[in-house]
Design a protein around this ligand. Structure first.
Ligand SMILES: [Zn+2]
Length: 203
C-alpha cells in the first residue's frame, strides 16, 4: 500500500539500470532476463561439503553486488537471496544459516554487512533458522591481495557459543574460498558435522 502510494509520487526505478519498472519489482524485465541467463556454479573448498553459487560474478550479478555493497541498495540483498532460494538444489537449502562475518573495519566503514543482509533475507525466503555464531578478528585485508597470499593467510574466524550441527554458510561473493574455508574449519573444530556454503556470485 505504502509502496503503491510512493510509486505515484516517485516513479519506481530498476535497482540495477535505473530505468522505470513496476513498483512491485526490484529489477526491470531486461535486467531480470540478464540475471536469468547466468548459470549457477559449484566450487571445491576444503572443509566445505558443498559450495554453490547462484551466478558467476559477471554482468547483471556483478552489477547487483556492486549496487548492494558500494551503493548500499539494501533491497538488492532480497533479490540476491531470492536467486539463491530459487536456483539452489533443494538438498542444499537445509540446516541453519550462518552469515559469513565481515571484517570489523569493513563493517564500520560500510555501516552494514552485505553477507548478513543476504543471509537474513534468505532465512525468510527459505524458512530456515539463522545462527550468527561467527566473529572475525581484525586480521589483514583480503581484497587486493594475490590469490596465493590470501589462501596462505586466511582471515581469523571464531565461533561464539555452539555452532549448529549442519551449518549453511552464506556470503555475497565467493572468490578464493579462503574465507569460507576458515569459517568451515572454525565451525568443524567446535562440532559442526556438515558445512554447506551458498553464495550469490562466484568470481
Ligand atoms: Zn534494469
Amino acid at each position: 500500500m505504502l509502496a503503491e502510494l510512493l510509486g505515484l509520487l516517485v516513479p519506481p526505478r530498476c535497482a540495477l539500470c535505473a530505468c522505470g519498472c513496476s513498483s512491485r519489482e526490484q529489477l526491470c524485465e531486461a535486467c531480470e532476463s540478464r540475471l536469468d541467463r547466468l548459470r549457477p556454479r559449484s566450487a571445491a573448498i576444503t572443509g566445505v561439503d558443498h559450495a554453490w553459487s547462484a551466478a558467476p560474478y559477471d554482468g547483471a550479478a556483478r552489477e547487483l553486488v556492486a549496487g548492494l555493497k558500494f551503493a548500499a541498495r539494501l533491497r538488492l540483498a532480497r533479490r540476491a537471496a531470492a536467486a539463491i532460494a530459487a536456483r539452489a538444489p533443494p538438498e542444499l537449502l537445509a540446516g541453519s544459516i550462518v552469515p559469513v562475518p565481515a571484517a570489523p573495519w569493513r563493517r564500520r566503514w560500510r555501516g552494514f554487512d552485505p553477507a548478513e543482509a543476504i543471509a537474513a533475507a534468505l532465512a525468510v525466503e527459505a524458512g530456515l533458522p539463522i545462527h550468527r555464531c561467527l566473529r572475525r578478528s581484525q586480521g589483514r585485508r583480503q581484497v587486493g591481495r594475490p590469490r596465493a597470499e590470501r589462501l596462505a593467510d586466511p582471515p581469523r574466524v571464531q565461533v561464539v557459543g555452539s555452532p549448529p550441527g549442519h551449518a549453511l554458510l552464506v556470503d555475497d561473493v565467493l572468490t578464493t574460498g579462503a574465507t569460507l574455508g576458515a569459517c568451515a574449519r572454525a565451525l568443524r573444530t567446535r562440532g559442526a558435522e556438515r558445512v554447506t556454503a551458498l553464495t550469490f556470485a562466484r568470481s
